[in-house]
Design a protein around this ligand. Structure first.
Ligand SMILES: [Zn+2]
Ligand SMILES: [Zn+2]
Length: 213
């Protein structure tokens, strides 16, 4: 305990006098390490992380990985991909989408509530491979980084959905299917524009939100 406090005091004094905590060299204001040491630390982390991966363990936390791709089936380039455990993947997603890694459990709970299937397609999804986070209302349309606006979606479905709302995407899918069937039974018309699909999606969302109120 005492050691911990002396360390803290030392770090504080070095920070105040703008000295690197590792080599006592000059640092830019507010930083703990000089650029040289930052580089060395990053290299050290990389070496350690890749070593962890070689042993079938998480790049970051060294936990045993659940699924390891057999080395023979991955190319040289893919080999350099850093493999993370599920918890570290969730922590990173939480940092990006919920503003802090400590909320990772709520992302896992969301996936549990979805029974580990894609919220749009029902395809089975797994953290670390096919599961991605999607904004129900895209950020470009003012959708927020809040749990209520997030859903787990299959990577391929997410790529197709892009900047569309879920209802726009669903209407687009039915439009495609109906057009391909060629039965003349269209949801939005035979030669409808994307804008009118978006209008229809807006109307449908209004109906849906009224129904759930
Ligand atoms: Zn330094
Ligand atoms: Zn990990």
């Amino acid at each position: 305990m005492r050691n911990n406090e002396t360390d803290k005091l030392r770090a504080y004094n070095l920070l105040k006098s703008r000295k690197c905590i590792r080599c006592l060299g000059p640092v830019t204001r507010g930083r703990k390490n000089c650029m040289n040491c930052l580089k060395k630390i990053a290299t050290g982390n990389k070496v350690r992380g890749l070593k962890n991966n070689e042993n079938g363990r998480c790049y970051i936390c060294n936990a045993l990985l659940d699924v390891i791709s057999p080395a023979s089936t991955i190319s040289k380039r893919v080999k350099r991909i850093r493999m993370h455990c599920k918890k570290c993947i969730l922590k990173k997603a939480s940092r990006i989408y919920l503003g802090g890694s400590n909320k990772w459990k709520s992302l896992l709970e969301l996936l549990d509530r979805q029974n580990h299937v894609c919220a749009i397609s029902g395809l089975k999804i797994d953290i670390g491979s096919s599961a991605t986070i999607d904004h129900k209302t895209p950020k470009v349309l003012g959708g927020e980084n809040k749990l209520e606006n997030l859903q787990w979606v299959h990577r391929d479905i997410n790529l197709m959905k892009r900047d569309h709302t879920t209802s726009e995407f669903l209407l687009l899918c039915t439009q495609i299917l109906n057009y391909q069937k060629g039965t003349g039974d269209y949801t939005c018309g035979a030669d409808v524009s994307l804008d009118s699909i978006k209008q229809l999606a807006l109307k449908q969302e209004a109906v849906w939100s009224l129904a759930t109120q």
